[in-house]
Write a protein that binds this ligand. Structure first.
Ligand SMILES: [Fe+2]
Ligand SMILES: [Fe+2]
Length: 320
């Protein structure tokens, strides 16, 4: 078997042993318990042969995009069906790549986290992420139409898996990447044009909600005690991450696959109100999570406004 892989150097993160096995954080331990009882099996708990990706006869006409066609779209109306198929294939491919990032990042958290409860929950999350990779890989394979990892998502994942400060691994993965994934999975579930992706995203979203809750629990505590310099560092990280995560929705690879002028397609993605609304929807969970950990500061809020990622503005003066 030939295995293609890519090596990323990490920045010398420390492995931490914890010798006090008695001290527990009850909230983290309860989340860990929930994680143990909420396991499911991607091989048998999904009705794999019910959707648009029936083996050997995938149905591109069955795909729907989360936004409608607009007159300014560089894809002609009669080819919108082809766009929807490519968008769906691209989106689910990025879910898959993001899940692999989560698998790698979470395994690092087991090693890096400074307390046992965090290590144990992170370990249960590693199992969840392996299942998510399994499920999305199978789904994308059934579609028979896949995309490589988007360059902006790749940069984000590279940053997270190389980071040596464990709280920034948390912030990048549990709050930003998983927050976007949670909004996307819930949205995919409610659209449910394909029973397989509806069922898959519902099961995955349940796990992701636990993972985001884990990130919030871990960060709320320590982010109350940051120095102004440390806080500024985290703010800069959030700004860069938001830029990368919104850039992935320029859809360059989709326009290229459809033989549409990439500059025209990117411009459309940036300007079209339906696509702006879609990106805002994708960022809703990230924004509320940032507010909860005290990182929706005036500077971060202004940055998100400039990127047109804020859907509703939380009252000013909160969580600064
Ligand atoms: Fe996941
Ligand atoms: Fe996750």
């Amino acid at each position: 078997m030939t295995v293609a892989y890519e090596v990323r150097e990490t920045n010398g993160a420390e492995a931490r042993f914890v010798w006090d096995y008695g001290a527990t954080d009850e909230r983290l331990r309860a989340l860990y318990e929930r994680g143990k009882t909420a396991q499911w099996n991607a091989a048998v708990d999904i009705a794999w042969d019910a959707g648009v990706g029936v083996p050997g006869q995938a149905d591109p006409a069955g795909a729907r995009s989360p936004f409608g066609w607009s007159a300014s779209c560089p894809v002609p109306r009669e080819e919108w069906g082809a766009f929807q198929w490519e968008f769906h294939s691209w989106m689910t491919s990025q879910f898959l790549h993001g899940e692999q990032g989560a698998l790698l990042a979470t395994s690092r958290l087991v090693t890096m986290a400074p307390d046992l409860d965090t290590k144990m929950f992170a370990a249960s999350q590693v199992t969840d992420e392996a299942r998510h990779v399994e499920a999305y890989a199978r789904y994308v394979d059934l579609l028979g139409n896949s995309y490589a990892v988007n360059p902006s998502l790749k940069r984000m994942l590279d940053t997270v898996v190389a980071e040596s400060r464990w709280d920034i691994v948390f912030l990048g993965m549990q709050i930003i990447v998983e927050g976007l994934a949670l909004a996307a999975f819930r949205f995919e579930h409610t659209r449910s044009f394909d029973p397989v992706i509806a069922q898959l995203t519902q099961l995955v979203a349940r796990d992701e909600a636990r993972h985001v809750a884990f990130g919030l629990l871990a960060l709320q505590e320590i982010y109350g005690e940051l120095t102004s310099h440390e806080r500024a560092d985290r703010e800069e990280f959030v700004k860069e991450a938001a830029l990368l995560m919104s850039r992935r929705f320029r859809l360059e690879e989709v326009w290229a696959r459809l033989d549409v002028d990439v500059a025209a397609g990117t411009n459309y993605a940036l300007q079209d109100q339906k696509m702006i609304d879609f990106r805002r929807l994708m960022f809703t969970k990230i924004v509320t999570s940032l507010a909860k950990v005290g990182l929706l500061t005036a500077g971060v809020r202004t940055h998100l406004e400039q990127l047109e990622l804020l859907r509703t503005l939380p009252p000013r003066g909160r969580a600064l």
